[in-house]
Design a protein around this ligand. Structure first.
Ligand code: ADP
Length: 622
């Protein structure tokens, strides 16, 4: 009972201290590993996001600086021939390609139709006259994030007195740099808010659509921009067709991109005071590109490369010159530059995209294997401890039973010896026959006592490795015959049929005859003890090649399946009704096997066909 309670406690402790923590640890580790790859990518993305955003800002301020330079280069003092001023402007800057001047009422003052103009200027006029004179419109681009947000909460938060539309500033007041860059602090906040909030995004895109603005698609498909692809593919720029006056109203100067098919043209314009004419030029895009590319930070490092993609998604700069190898439309991370350069993006790529995943996977694999090994070690260690402890507990239990059994075995013969001796002492039994019978009982009970004590002593000698054997040249068949001569009478009295088969010629072995006798007596005693109704004992001596073998067979209860190996363990007694009725120490077979192993042999058990047991021991022939 206590043994069972201890086992239950042990199982509970093992489960609580080893099994559950091990499994939980395993699950946690597996989850952490699964996130390892995306974590690495996330960190890389953060780094590249900062870099790309920084580059976009640098390019924007470079654009503003270029605008400022163009503005500074064009000065009307009043009274001079505008044609001379424009020509001087063109000479002074490689950026100025085709200068123009438009009157307040949309007449093209320059290039004048009657003036001598080059074929290039002629082509410029052919394609842009309609737009400059307000006869046709072009797509004007606008940052959707900067649309006034008309969501209920934004409106509610605005102070009641605030005018819905700020009063148009006078032209001179407009800070050109800011206007050109389009990124004052407020605007930056608006863009950040737009990027971080999908609700704001869909609201503003919807608003733009309601205002009949066209929502554009981006050129690229960055794989690292959040989950909702549908939103990610939309450009931050929306477009609406506007004429020249519409585009230039409300500002003092600016850039106008014109996107026709795959081609981008860029114009710079400024309002000429006090007349209100608009002077401007088509910007030399090649030169312009060169200048903004110089604003880009180091485009190549060991892990990533940076470039600018044009309106067609083509890289303007290829640090590794491996254009064909890379899918430029799928950067690791990219951002649009802004209204001045619609569809242009600053994009970052991994130098070795497979390397990152490979490294992450390798790291996960190594860590995974380590964790698995550790878990196995924990579980195995726990299991071994569990097994060792339960074995010790079983042994302790067996020792207790052993002590009880031995005490009982000692007590029974001692009691009968005492009773019969007392009766003889007091002369209570005058019959001579009875007296002899009492004496016989006293002798046999003392023999039983000393056998038992010998067994226990033998066991402790063997355990300590101190048992000494006197090995002589011995005839095994003769030993068996002598032992059985002593035992057969008693066995037959008890209803056993005993059969002995041994060769007439000597079976010569080197052995301690007393030890051999002890083994055989033990086996025969067991055969007797563990036989029920069918009482047969068969002993066979045989030579098998180089070995001699003795087999003891009975028709008894046999050894329960699963206990065949255990019966040779010390103190072990099979759990059986008959076994529990028959007294024993659980040491007999342990000692017998130890003896046979000392004789370079072994003692084995096998179930007997038709019921019963079969024990056999062997040793080398001389
Ligand atoms: P003991 O007989 O004192 O219990 P042993 O070491 O001789 O100890 O035997 C160990 C156990 O092996 C016995 O308790 C019994 O269950 C089983 N056993 C041994 N011999 C036989 C046999 N001939 N038939 C059936 N069971 C046996």
């Amino acid at each position: 009972m206590t043994y069972h309670r201890l086992t239950v406690k042990l199982i509970v402790a093992f489960t609580a201290a080893v099994l559950i923590p091990g499994i939980v640890l395993g699950i946690i580790a597996a989850r952490a590993l699964r996130h390892e790859e995306s974590y690495l990518e996330g960190r890389l993305e953060d780094t590249l996001r900062v870099e790309v955003d920084g580059s976009v800002e640098l390019i924007q301020s470079e654009i503003a600086a270029i605008g400022q330079k163009l503005d500074d280069g064009l000065r009307f003092a009043g009274g001079e021939n505008p044609r001379d001023v424009l020509r001087a402007w063109q000479k002074g800057s490689t950026l100025v390609e085709f200068p123009f001047l438009v009157s307040r009422d949309n007449r093209l003052l320059w290039p004048a139709a009657e003036a001598k103009i080059s074929p290039e200027e002629d082509a410029f006029l052919a394609s842009n006259r309609g737009f400059l004179t307000g006869e046709s419109t072009i797509l004007a681009f606008e940052n959707v994030a900067l649309l006034p947000d008309q969501s209920p909460d934004t409106v509610a938060r605005a102070p009641a007195s605030a005018a819905p539309v700020p009063p148009a500033k006078k032209a001179e007041e407009v800070d050109l740099r800011k206007a050109l860059a389009g990124q004052g602090l407020k605007d930056k906040v608006a863009v950040a808010r737009f990027r971080g909030d999908e609700a704001v995004q869909s609201r503003l895109y919807e608003q733009a659509e309601q205002e009949e603005k066209q929502v554009l698609q981006r050129n690229v498909l960055p794989r690292q921009e959040g989950a909702d692809d549908a939103v990610q593919d939309r450009s931050i720029l929306v477009a609406e067709p506007l004429d020249f006056a519409g585009i230039t109203s409300g500002a003092a100067a600016g850039f106008i991109p014109r996107l026709t098919g795959k081609k981008l043209e860029l114009f710079f314009w400024k309002r000429v005071e006090p007349g209100g004419e608009i002077a401007g030029c088509q910007v030399n895009l090649e030169r312009f590109t060169e200048m903004i590319l110089t604003a880009l930070p180091v485009p190549y490092s060991a892990t990533r490369l940076l470039t600018v993609l044009d309106q067609n998604g083509e890289p303007l700069l290829d640090p590794l010159e491996d254009k064909t190898a890379r899918d430029w439309k799928r950067p690791f991370f990219s951002r649009e530059i802004g209204e001045v350069l619609p569809r242009w993006e600053v994009a970052a790529y991994l130098v070795d995209p497979t390397g990152l995943a490979g490294r992450a996977r390798l790291r996960s694999l190594v860590t995974g294997v380590l964790i698995a090994l550790l878990l196995v070690a924990i579980l195995l260690g726990g299991f071994l401890v569990f097994r060792a402890v339960s074995q010790e507990m079983a042994l302790a239990q067996q020792k207790t039973t052993f002590a009880a059994n031995v005490s009982h075995e000692l007590k029974t013969p001692l009691t009968s010896i005492r009773i019969f001796a007392e009766m003889l002492e007091k002369g209570r039994q005058p019959s001579r026959e009875k007296q002899e019978q009492y004496l016989k009982t006293i002798v046999s009970e003392s023999k039983r006592l000393s056998r038992l004590i010998n067994t226990v002593l033998d066991f402790s000698l063997i355990e300590r490795g101190e048992k000494i054997y006197h090995k002589l040249e011995t005839d095994l068949a003769e030993v068996v015959r002598q032992v059985m001569e002593k035992l057969t009478g008693r066995l037959e009295e008890r209803g056993f049929v005993v059969r002995i088969r041994a060769p007439r010629r000597p079976v010569r072995v080197s052995a301690d005859p007393e030890a051999l006798e002890q083994v055989l007596v033990n086996l025969v005693a067991n055969a007797e003890k563990y036989s029920d109704a069918r009482r047969e004992i068969e002993i066979e001596v045989a030579e098998e090649g180089e070995r001699a073998r003795v087999t003891v067979r009975d028709r008894g209860i046999g050894v329960p399946a699963g206990a065949a190996r255990k019966i040779f363990k010390k103190f072990y007694r099979a759990d059986d009704r008959l076994t529990s009725r028959v007294k024993g120490t659980g040491l007999g077979l342990t000692i017998a096997r130890a003896i046979m192993q000392e004789h370079d042999g072994d003692l084995l058990y096998s179930p007997r066909e038709g019921g019963g047991s079969c024990f056999s021991f062997d040793l080398p022939l001389l």
